[in-house]
Design a protein around this ligand. Structure first.
Ligand code: 9Z3
Length: 333
């Protein structure tokens, strides 16, 4: 592989990306576990959803000290995974290491730390810790714990980690190839916030970039648009694929969502604006039988009515409904 940045190809197709960037060391091991998980649920006749969640990083050095990050706490993915489990799906939860996870998200160290449930008891000679769940906390904790235990006992939740955009791209391709046996029973819920730009390893500095030279100029390459091969090659047009579009200018949501559907030919783009994403999203999908026509549907909740209501409950209910219809429609009809 060339290490000369000037002669290195910089316009990546998905094909040239995978031919030149190295897979993460844990890939084979991760794929074997996914294969076992998928086999078990295919045999049980269950639908499987791949939920991606959290932001990808872009390292600036091979011995990485600095990196760019994409915004995402992982709330959307972790919350949605719980509702998919509730709807009877087996869930592959592919998430950014240390971002929120299903069930434990309710007791995140920053918003609801588990240590607050512990009290110190002292007697004459020693101190010990006691778990103290208040009356108010008891019912919600029991509900989360019951759902968590039942998902784990039944082996319905499989978790995978990524950190960099490179990890994400390799994992997504490998997992999609394993899910292909499910045909139309596979659902993709691509909520991870994936970088649009990256630094190919051939252009990275090996060691920490030194500050002596003044300002830092980095030219990044575009991450290949992998939704295209995901839809047409890796899943052979069989899976039900939902991608998310994040914007900060709300007027761009619908045009960008339509553009993505026209380019990649998948089933749904869910548009969300950074500031209102917890209360409303817009579903954009191709109009059945009509070229270049789209249907848009808002899904909204009113937090002033019910503080415990999560928009993901309605998003997942709508997708489960659409996925069922997708399964019932044969590819040729
Ligand atoms: C999303 O739009 C997610 O809904 C959020 C969730 C990242 C906003 P949180 O994790 O946030 O609950 O804090 N994800 C997709 C973002 C993305 O990178 N989309 C790409 C784009 O917009 C296309 S796949 O171009």
């Amino acid at each position: 592989m060339s290490t000369d940045a000037t002669t290195f190809e910089s316009n990546f197709s998905a094909e040239s990306y995978y031919a030149t960037q190295s897979p993460p060391p844990s890939l084979e091991h991760d794929v074997r576990n996914v294969r076992d998980f998928v086999r078990k649920h295919v045999n049980a006749g269950r639908n499987v959803v791949l939920v991606t969640s959290g932001g990808t990083t872009v390292p600036l050095e091979l011995n990485v000290v600095r990196f760019l990050d994409n915004f995402s706490a992982g709330t959307r993915g972790a919350t949605s995974a719980e509702y998919f489990l509730k709807a009877g799906y087996a869930v592959i939860f592919m998430h950014r290491q240390f971002s929120l996870q299903p069930f434990s998200r309710h007791y995140s160290h920053s918003t609801h730390p588990f240590l607050d449930f512990l009290e110190i008891e002292k007697d004459d000679n020693h101190s010990s810790a006691r778990i103290n769940v208040t009356e108010k906390e008891r019912a919600p904790l029991l509900e989360v714990l019951t759902a968590y235990k039942s998902a784990h006992t039944a082996g319905l939740l499989h978790t995978l980690n990524f950190v960099t955009v490179n990890d994400y791209l390799w994992l997504l391709r490998a997992v999609s190839q394993e899910l292909a046996v499910l045909g139309r029973r596979a659902l993709y819920y691509l909520a991870a916030a994936v970088s649009d730009f990256f630094l190919p390893r051939q252009k990275m500095s090996e060691h920490k970039i030194q500050s002596g030279k003044g300002s830092l100029h980095i030219e990044m390459d575009q991450v290949p648009k992998i939704l295209k091969p995901l839809v047409s090659e890796w899943t052979q047009g069989q899976a039900f694929i939902v991608s998310f579009k994040l914007e900060t200018d709300p007027s761009l949501l619908v045009p960008k969502a339509r553009q993505a559907l026209a380019r990649y030919g998948h089933q749904v783009v869910i548009g969300n604006d950074l500031h209102t994403r917890k209360h409303q999203v817009i579903f954009v999908s191709p109009s059945p039988g009509l070229d270049n026509e789209y249907v848009e549907t808002w899904v909204r909740i009113d937090p002033s009515q019910d503080l415990t209501k999560e928009v993901e409950e309605d998003i997942v209910a709508e997708l489960v409904h659409r996925h069922r219809a997708w399964i019932e429609t044969s590819p040729t009809s």
